[in-house]
Ligand binder design. Sequence first.
Ligand SMILES: [Zn+2]
Ligand SMILES: [Zn+2]
Length: 352
Amino acid sequence: MEKRDFYEVLEVDKSADAKTIKQAYRRLAMKYHPDKNPGDKEAEEKFKEAAEAYDILSNSDKRQIYDRYGHAGLSGQSSGFSGMDDIFSHFGDIFSDFFGGDIFGSRRSTRPPRPPRGADLKVQMTVSFEEAYTGTKKKIELEQRKPCEQCGGSGSAPGTSPETCGTCQGHGQVVQRTGFMTMVTPCPECNGKGTRISSPCSKCNGTGKEPYTRSVTASVPAGVDSGMRLRLAGEGEKPDVGDPGDLYVFISVEEHPTLLRNQDDLHFEAEVPFTRALLGGVIEVPLVDETVSIDIPRGVQPGDIISVEGKGMPHIGTTHRGDLHVLVKVTLPEKLNKSQRKLIQEFEAKSS
Ligand SMILES: [Zn+2]
Ligand SMILES: [Zn+2]
């Protein structure tokens, strides 16, 4: 069967504007909607035909190609919907736009098309042990590109404007024919823009973009650890149209000179004088923002571990803290004076 002209399918004039085309499609989609014509093969065909016509004519690039080259120009681009579900997922947002609410029930789109979005950015951030313990705010400088101020993003020197690309006559696309195949590709001369810059802007060299530094403040929560990743929604690349991407901050925490971290727990090696190990007593353990007194029980042994609950690192996003584990290292004096030696000798004599 000969493929019908898309304008004929939508029953609109060749000069119809976007609004008219949308209205025409809406009318036909309502009329031939499968939920209104159950089991009607002809209605289903008309519904598909209208969807394909609308897919092409609602897209100004595709419409231009179709206007110039007809159906042949669109081979490889034409949607050629394979089934009804295809149409519903493709036009999901249009249908909800058209019909609002849920007139056609769950048949409608299950997967609305995603709008274009800026790229996600990734940065590394080193925080000190103390900052990881207390949480902090840190400024991140992002090297970005924005539309050039001198030329307003056009890339053309002020007072001049881009000229129509001679290779594609401003269409941005070229048609290549090899045998029976027709292929439409972006114009290699102008990269699909349809225009060419004759006198480039001096500030941006015709790119239309200039670099600038954007500052973002990241809230680093207490308890972050190396290998964690913060996501700053909407702080990624900000495109001219569409939503911005996200910024991902990869955290690396510096080591502490005396405290060793294992997830939420902290480990500390305490030097306990042998007399205090024998007699019992108290030692002080300096943490980040406090000093903790640890009771050394009488008779503690080298290598014993004394644990204190809730004196470790904050657990991210909670008020809970890990534990502190103090490893006992008993220190012996290297030299004794006369009276000390006498005492130890007495001690030895009484020990046997
Ligand atoms: Zn410029
Ligand atoms: Zn071109």
